[in-house]
Design a binder for this molecule. Structure first.
Ligand SMILES: [Zn+2]
Length: 684
């Protein structure tokens, strides 16, 4: 089990996939602020491949030489400009944690932060304990003699290492966003996506998964590991068949299905919700918003048809799998071999201190963040961001006002929604209270489960309170950003407000293409295929006329078709439906960054730098933030599981729909990325 993120992962859309951390060193701490970090004006021209025509492959044109000279570090699954900044955050947090360990930090939570760090760093103790930390949970599974008892065990999944086929969680109510609600979804799979069970392209990974399941079962002394592993994978394959696709799970209308507990009991014979919820400390809950509702009866049926011994072995495997990164070396290695190496293509394990940083970030991340902000976030960065966000909002307002396909009614409401965005920059105004979380130096796995329980108890305790709108879903040290529809808010953690996204010493065109594009991306999420379904207050409700909604959907479908044609690996295409929201976000990002840049010139001409025009530099700024190399195994995994398109298409897929790109780089019919004007997708 991984400690819970600050907010349920389904609740917001992030700029990029997070949590995939860090490597190597760079001397960036010492860089003087008098000159830009990248190149002489904020862009690394030495990374361009001028032998490539921009119209054939703009991503390579902008980043090709960098890609040639860059090797992905052996403890990473990819490398690029997001990663470089993540490394910076990682190194800074490492310094903070070492100082906390040495008693040099005065923050009220410094000793808790130090305890979390020390517990992870104590490898000798983890080795000595071996599988002991999960013995109690395994014993509880062994003691199960009925399906009802197994249901009760699954009911504890939010406060323990147990897993559930129908996990519940607490989130903001999409239709009443001032309130929290209990939600339920399907779960139970150990592979990254249902496709891994069902598609022949993943047959090798599936076979290796079965070996891994058997290996872990053997390590915890479970009976007949090989046979049990086969039964477990068969069970999960049945669940996978009845699991909605990720693209289907994005649909905010179809995934909002309030049900009473009585209705749930009727829908899932053999799965007793009263018993289940009581174990999750939710005995009084009567209404649950069910996401993938049509799967529930099918899951219940599979549950009743699966032998109890298989379910027990399945539960035991998942406890061991979730705990493995926090146990002795043989567990850590087994988990790494399968999850990182086989599934991700990562050759080497990350050093322990780096994993410790990630652990602290996930366990008591806001307190570490408070220390981070005090040390590393210059207050003037916030003021500059305020101005940039205002520029981008102004640009979108102008675009909405002149859209030719949208009627007056929808337009008025779109403008109203835009006027109601909340903007959060840098760090929370109110820090998380970790008072009830106990972290102990000598109890790593205990820290993991207590951190999960802390999050859950906090959610349960405030279930009937008004929503805390000051809360953040990412820590300040995270290199990412997000839009959250239920709060109608865009959020930019401190760590992304640095070069190459944002560099006060860079040419403004680079900042408008970089952080301007990021801001535009997040704002556009409020108007993407799912974000557009909620209003300025964050409530999921229809505010579009049927005619305008149909026009939007038709344009979006054309964009989806463009992306689905991309084939990053032989036989593996981008999923235009899964990536729809992010692609619309990216389209808005570059378009709004460009508009805001133009507005910033106040009618004057853009300067030419090294022969590059202002527009050219905005596009290059956008391409530079997506500069990335990625391992094939990870790319394949992301194509089925990540709602973001691969970096290359976050550049090439977007710019080919923007008229200004054609004129900026003299792109002509016959160039590989050329799209005829009538076929270009224009949404916002
Ligand atoms: Zn996004």
């Amino acid at each position: 089990m991984t400690p819970k993120m600050l907010l349920s992962a389904t609740a917001f859309v992030a700029l990029t996939l997070s949590g995939n951390a860090i490597v190597a060193q760079e001397g960036s701490e010492a860089t003087a602020l008098s000159s830009p970090k990248y190149g002489t004006w904020g862009f690394d021209v030495t990374g361009m491949d001028l032998s490539v025509k921009p119209g054939d492959d703009f991503f390579r044109y902008a980043n090709g030489k960098w890609a040639e000279r860059t090797e992905i570090p052996s403890d990473r699954t990819g490398y690029g400009n997001f990663t470089r900044l993540a490394e910076l955050s990682e190194n800074r947090l490492h310094a903070i944690l070492e100082d906390a360990a040495a008693g040099k930090i005065s923050d009220p939570d410094a000793s808790k932060v130090a305890a979390a760090y020390a517990s992870f760093m104590d490898e000798a103790r983890a080795d000595q304990l071996d599988a002991k930390p999960i013995e109690r949970e395994l014993a509880e599974i062994r003691g199960v003699t009925t399906k009802d008892q197994m249901t009760a065990v699954m009911g504890k999944s939010n406060t323990s290492g147990f897993v559930s086929i129908l996990p519940v969680y607490i989130s903001i109510d999409a239709k009443a966003p001032t309130k929290y609600t209990v939600m339920a979804a399907t779960g139970g799979l150990g592979l990254p996506d249902r496709d891994y069970y069902l598609q022949p392209a993943f047959a090798t990974q599936k076979a290796k998964y079965q070996e891994y399941v058997a290996r872990l079962l053997g390590m915890i002394g479970w009976e007949t590991p090989a046979e049990s592993a086969r039964a477990i994978v068969d069970f999960e394959t049945r669940l996978a068949q009845d699991t909605w696709t990720r693209a289907e799970r994005r649909d905010r209308d179809k995934t909002y299905n309030p049900m009473t507990v009585a209705e749930l009991n009727t829908a899932t014979p053999g799965f007793d919700w009263n018993r289940y919820l009581a174990q999750g400390e939710l005995p009084k809950v009567q209404r649950i918003v069910v996401t993938t509702n049509t799967s529930f009866p099918k899951f219940a049926r599979i549950y009743t048809e699966t032998p109890l011994d298989t379910l027990k072995a399945w539960q035991a495997f998942h406890v061991a799998d979730g705990a493995a990164p926090y146990l002795s070396k043989r567990f850590v290695d087994a988990s790494f071999e399968f999850r990182n190496k086989t599934l991700g293509g990562q050759p080497e394990q990350r050093p322990r201190w780096k994993r410790a940083v990630t652990f602290v970030d996930r366990t008591i991340g806001e307190s570490a963040g408070r220390i981070y902000v005090a040390r590393y976030f210059p207050p003037e960065a916030k003021a500059k961001m305020d101005a940039l966000v205002a520029d981008i909002q102004t640009a979108l307002k102008a675009r909405i006002q002149r859209l030719d396909w949208m009627g007056a009614d929808t337009r008025a409401r779109a403008l109203e929604k835009l006027s109601k965005f909340t903007v959060k920059i840098g760090y929370p105004t109110k820090w998380r209270d970790y008072g009830r979380l106990t972290l102990s130096k000598g109890d790593l796995y205990g820290n993991v489960t207590r951190a999960a329980a802390y999050e859950w108890h906090r959610d349960v305790a405030r279930l009937n309170d008004p929503v805390d709108k000051t809360e953040w879903g990412m820590t300040p040290q995270t290199v990412n950003a997000y839009y959250m529809s239920t709060n109608n808010e865009i959020v930019f953690p401190a760590a992304i407000l640095q070069p190459p996204f944002f560099d006060p010493d860079a040419d403004p065109a680079i900042n408008y293409g970089g952080i301007g594009g990021v801001i535009g991306h997040e704002i556009s999420h409020g108007f993407d295929d799912q974000g557009r379904k909620s209003d300025g207050e964050g409530a999921l409700r229809e505010w579009w006329t049927a005619d305008d909604a149909a026009k939007f959907t038709a344009q979006a479908a054309r964009l989806g078709a463009q992306y689905s044609a991309f084939e990053p690996l032989p036989g593996a295409h981008v999923n235009g439906d899964l990536t729809m929201g992010e692609n619309i976000g990216d389209m808005g990002g570059i378009s709004l960054g460009l508009d805001a840049y133009h507005a910033s010139l106040k009618g004057g001409p853009a300067p030419v730098i090294e022969g590059l025009t202002g527009d050219q530099r905005v596009f290059l700024g956008w391409a530079q933030v997506w500069r990335e190399k990625i391992r094939d195994e990870t790319l394949r995994q992301r194509l089925v599981s990540d709602p973001h398109s691969p970096a290359r298409f976050r550049v090439n897929g977007v710019i080919r729909n923007v008229d200004a790109w054609y004129s900026a780089f003299q792109v002509q019919p016959g160039d590989a990325l050329y799209v005829a004007p009538a076929d270009r997708v224009r949404i916002w």
